[in-house]
Ligand binder design. Structure first.
Ligand SMILES: [Zn+2]
Length: 179
């Protein structure tokens, strides 16, 4: 009989026959290796049967719930912190951008003022240019026409007005309308 046969008997879940049991006991008397295996199996069996069920300490559920609640609270705090941090960084970035945009005004207010003034001056000089042009044209026309001609033209205009008024009165007079 080899060791394998007795190892199979030792590890077997089923009940051994009387013959098998007798053969195994005989072999264990003489074979040290199989005896060691048998003892080890007995120790494991004893360990499983004699170990008391280790129940959790009282209040385990409450402690677990408290730990879970604390964990959730911690995560929420972390989230709030993260959101606040991101928000602050975003605001800081915006202010930085704004700062870079309006920084020249603070650095050199005079130069910005000069630029504005230059714009206004340019605008006014454009208007002034138009006025100058018109006045120059007027002066040119006026200087081309002699004073006597102006007087003559004025009298002619006044005469025309008088003629028009007389004619209007003649046309709209009641006597003329009654006919
Ligand atoms: Zn053996």
């Amino acid at each position: 009989m080899n060791h394998q046969f007795f190892e199979t008997l030792l590890l077997s879940d089923t009940e051994l026959t009387e013959a098998e049991s007798a053969m195994l006991q005989d072999h264990l008397q003489t074979c040290r290796a199989c005896r060691q295996l048998s003892d080890a199996l007995k120790d494991v069996d004893n360990l499983f049967h004699n170990s008391a069920f280790v129940a959790p300490r009282p209040g385990f559920t409450h402690r677990w719930e408290d730990a879970l609640a604390a964990d959730i609270k911690k995560r929420q705090r972390t989230q709030v912190f993260s959101i606040t941090f991101i928000g602050l960084v975003s605001i800081a970035a915006l202010f930085l951008l704004l700062g870079f945009t309006i920084l020249p005004i603070f650095i050199s207010p005079i130069s910005v003022l000069w630029a504005e003034l230059f714009g206004i001056v340019t605008w006014f000089s454009a208007i002034e240019g138009i006025i100058n042009l018109l006045s120059t044209l007027f002066q040119a026309v006026f200087s081309l026409v002699p004073i006597s001609m102006w007087v003559a033209l004025t009298f002619a205009f006044l005469g025309l007005c008088a003629v028009w008024v007389v004619a209007f009165k003649q046309v709209t007079s009641p006597r003329r309308l009654s006919i």
